[in-house]
Write a protein that binds this ligand. Structure first.
Ligand SMILES: Cc1cc2nc3c(=O)[nH]c(=O)nc-3n(C[C@H](O)[C@H](O)[C@H](O)COP(=O)(O)OP(=O)(O)OC[C@H]3O[C@@H](n4cnc5c(N)ncnc54)[C@H](O)[C@@H]3O)c2cc1C
Length: 405
């Protein structure tokens, strides 16, 4: 039996950042072990070489630049000079043409008739007319953008990405979407330029010579023996905190999906019931060798007759790359002879009741010296920079250098 201060489950951005930060804060490396089921670290952010260039196997990944503390940490493993800075070009394909994202700021790029249709939709939207915010997701989308935009764009896109009835989703996560102003949308059409709030990733970094996975691979290598790859979570004895019959932890930090715990540990019935309510969307990432004629870094595809929901034009951001890849909810994927990467745990789904279920799971975990963090510990749709920021904070708390959240 090996005694460890910390047993960390999962070597994605969350687990990797946590392990390094605990070491930085004074925990000897020998007192930490990170267990990862795959053969390399990086989780959803891993990349592989396909057809002579990198492909991000968990989908398109770009580094947001807004958190200095996160960038300082990441640049230790891949210095700033190894990253290229891009101004985001993302498009939506609608009514047969590509316009810039977000739609409401770029209606002016459509022919005049289409602009009129969509302006009418926004003018009739509940939020523009001061109506109260509805509870259900589908009604919320119509309330936000009006019926026509909801029917042609947001509802089909959301049906594709989640592959479930939009009304099974809550609306608690939609506060991130900017308010739509009819006045600004009209002015934007009249003046022929974007207006209103623009989305995240306005500028982003992507490695010059590698895929996004390289920095996380290096982070894993830098952990040396403290990282054990090819080692899935198999068992946890909750009383002794012995993991896989080999490592006894003072504290277990879990960044793996809570659903993996169902077979590994004897969870109390109420906790197991909460875990069983959690839903995830799987995605397939498919490589296509053709190079598309578009300046876009990525393009959203709401048309339900097309299986994928997003195309990533790597020829426009990865060094010396041709071709593109697509992201498809795996339940919509068609069989392929081509290069495909399957990600069972890609998107945590924001179902009704999820925040309350996760809060109860985390409360119980805390009472057993288990910390849940990251995309799957919190079951939240967080980007990798947010996962790193959270892990830096958790490391401060576990090292006694930060207030507990
Ligand atoms: C399509 C898509 C696009 C995205 N785009 C961006 C983007 O542009 N920019 C951005 O910053 N972020 C993006 N993200 C989010 C990013 O992937 C996550 O924020 C990040 O991966 C979260 O890190 P994590 O360590 O919490 O989770 P994960 O990366 O999921 O890592 C969890 C780790 O746990 C391991 N694991 C799972 N089960 C077990 C088990 N039973 N035993 C042991 N190990 C296990 C996994 O193999 C994995 O290594 C995107 C995500 C997706 C799906």
């Amino acid at each position: 039996m090996e005694r460890k201060k910390f047993v960390v489950l999962g070597a994605g951005p969350s687990g990797l950042t946590l392990a390094h930060s605990l070491i930085d804060a004074g925990t000897p490396r020998e007192e930490i072990v990170v267990l990862e089921k795959e053969r390399i670290s990086g989780g959803l952010c891993r990349s592989e070489d396909v057809d002579g260039a990198p492909l991000d196997i968990g989908g398109g990944h770009f580094l947001d630049m807004r958190r200095k503390e996160v960038l300082d940490f990441i640049f230790r493993f891949m210095p700033r000079e190894e990253w290229e800075l891009f101004d985001r070009v993302s498009k939506i394909r609608l009514r047969g043409i590509e316009v810039d994202h977000p739609l409401e700021a770029n209606l002016w790029q459509f022919p005049v008739e289409v602009q009129a249709d969509y302006l009418e939709s926004i003018a009739q939207a509940g939020c523009v007319r001061g109506e109260p915010m509805p509870e259900s997701f589908a009604a919320w989308i119509e309330w936000k953008l009006g019926e026509r935009i909801a029917q042609e764009y947001m509802l089909p896109y959301n049906r594709k990405i989640w592959s479930m009835d939009p009304d099974a989703l809550g609306t608690y996560w939609l506060y991130k979407l900017p308010d739509v102003s009819f006045r600004e949308t009209l002015l934007s059409c009249l003046e022929g330029k974007p207006m209103g709030s623009l989305p995240a990733h306005g500028t982003f970094l992507y490695p010059k010579k590698f895929g996004y996975g390289e920095v996380w691979r290096r982070m894993g290598v830098a952990l040396g023996d403290a990282l054990v790859t090819g080692c899935a979570l198999e068992s946890v004895d909750l009383d002794s905190r012995i993991v896989n019959g080999r490592w006894q932890a003072e504290t277990i930090v879990s960044s793996v999906p809570w659903t993996c715990w169902l077979d590994a540990a004897k969870l109390p019935q109420a906790v197991a019931d909460d875990v069983r309510t959690l839903r995830n969307a799987p995605i397939d990432v498919d490589y296509v060798p053709d190079t598309l004629d578009s300046p876009s870094h990525w393009t959203y595809e709401p048309d339900e007759s097309v299986p994928y929901h997003r195309a990533l034009l790597r020829s426009n951001f990865a060094g010396n790359a041709k071709g593109y890849w697509t992201e498809t909810n795996a339940t919509r994927s068609k069989p392929t002879e081509g290069v495909r990467f399957h990600n069972e745990y890609a998107y945590p789904i924001n179902t009704l009741g999820k925040p309350e279920a996760v809060a109860r799971i985390l409360d119980w975990a805390k009472s057993r010296s288990i910390v849940g963090m990251g995309r799957w510990g919190r079951w939240e749709h967080m980007n990798s920079d947010v996962a790193v920021a959270e892990a830096l904070q958790v490391a401060r708390e576990l090292s006694g250098n930060g207030a507990c959240a």
